[in-house]
Design a protein around this ligand. Structure first.
Ligand SMILES: *Cc1c(COP(=O)(O)O)cnc(C)c1O
Length: 376
């Protein structure tokens, strides 16, 4: 997406590459999500884009924060929330980091294994804990399956055990996979969570919180379902599986949906070339690539809209980054077309790059500076 504000900013022709984020779009995204899932507390996943201006805006709008490290917790605190509005949602934490979070007033911690539960019990006694369950990730362009979560039987057993270890068994979480385009993906995860709630209740342990994770998409090259259809599907799933016993606390953890469409990367074309006189396909090398922030182009999974100001006829191109690594090719199979008169020095807009770009940039591979962010 682009806005007049973004276009005015791009026209000032700063040194590239950089990301410009229109904060009005972030505020819009927050309102749309709130409208779609009014029953849910919003915990913005800081990793998607931790720019201080974005965190401060979301804190002001009432958001809480999902964090994965002590540094992210400090960023959230700096944005103006206290520890009670922060979740330490990473299931893989050092015990010393759990203690540091606890000392900062964080009271909500994720786990998906007995060993992690032990660490939390030792370093954050009295904390509220929730267990993450496995999901298939099917239907997501950027699945998060396999690495996180445990099966439902283990989740039940650990939550029941948690009570005896001096922490509060608070609830269940899942993540259906990032850029989830199937609105029904939440249904089976909610069903599994409801089963755990019932099993725990039968064992005398009452859970209070259901954390439905992130996964809400942003629009790249293809259309996505409206936010309202996700809300309706989630609402239906809660009714179907929890009946009249919907958990008092519902949480969502949007990352991509909140900031993806709010940012545009301004990049300069460094070289346009061909591999042989017979080969018609041009290679377009940009001053940003996989190591400069476009890591989600891995396997061409996330396909950003790329826009040139030149309006001449276009043809198929390969699009690559500037580093001396042959993995630094963003799009080769996907059908990207750019104007035939495109040349070095021209600028391109890589749209919908507000999420998972600046945080994925290497520190200085080949000496290239990490990408800058401007929030306007
Ligand atoms: C990354 C992450 C999110 C955000 O996911 P999106 O797909 O960007 O919405 C939410 N929760 C957890 C635990 C995460 O790791």
């Amino acid at each position: 997406m682009t806005t007049k504000k973004i276009q005015r900013f791009l026209a000032e022709r700063r040194a590239t590459p950089y990301l410009v984020v229109d904060l009005d779009l972030v505020a819009d995204n927050y309102r749309k999500l709130k409208e779609a899932v009014p029953q849910a507390g919003i915990y913005y996943a800081v990793k998607a884009n931790p720019a201080p201006e974005i965190l401060a805006l979301l804190a002001k709008l009432g958001s809480a924060f999902d964090t994965a490290s002590v540094n992210e917790i400090d960023m959230a605190l700096k944005a103006g929330v206290d520890g009670k509005r922060i979740s330490f949602g990473n299931t893989i934490k050092k015990q010393s980091d759990i203690a540091a979070a606890h000392a900062r007033g964080v009271t909500l911690f994720a786990f998906d294994s007995e060993a992690e539960l032990d660490k939390i019990a030792k370093a954050a006694p009295g904390a509220k804990v929730f267990c993450r369950i496995l999901t298939s990730g099917e239907g997501a362009d950027w699945p998060l399956s396999r690495k996180f979560g445990c099966d439902v039987e283990m989740a039940r057993d650990l939550l029941i055990a948690a009570a005896k270890r001096g922490v509060v068994p608070h609830g269940v979480s899942f993540h259906v996979g990032s850029q989830m385009k199937n609105v029904d993906a939440w249904d089976s995860a909610v069903a599994q969570a409801a089963w755990i709630f019932r099993e725990c209740e039968a064992a005398g342990v009452t859970l209070n919180m259901l954390n439905m994770g992130g996964g809400f998409p942003t629009k790249y090259r293809k259309d996505i379902p409206l936010m309202g259809s996700y809300g309706a599907a989630i609402h239906a799933a809660l009714g179907k599986h929890f009946g009249n016993r919907i958990p008092p606390e519902i949480i969502v953890e949007p990352g991509r949906q909140m900031v993806g469409n709010a940012g545009v990367i301004d990049t300069e074309v460094v070289l346009v070339s061909r591999k042989s006189a017979k080969d018609a396909r041009r290679w377009v090398y940009l001053d940003i690539g996989k190591f400069g922030g476009l890591a989600e182009t891995m396997d061409e999974a996330i396909q950003y809209p790329i826009v040139s100001a030149k309006k001449g006829p276009g043809a198929r191109v390969v699009i690559a980054g500037p580093t001396c690594d042959s993995a630094d090719v963003m799009y080769e199979k996907a059908d990207y077309r750019l104007p035939l008169d495109l040349e070095a020095g021209d600028r391109l807009e890589i749209r919908a790059t507000g999420a998972y770009t600046t945080t994925y940039a290497a520190v200085a591979f080949n000496g290239f500076e990490p990408i800058k962010t401007y929030c306007i």
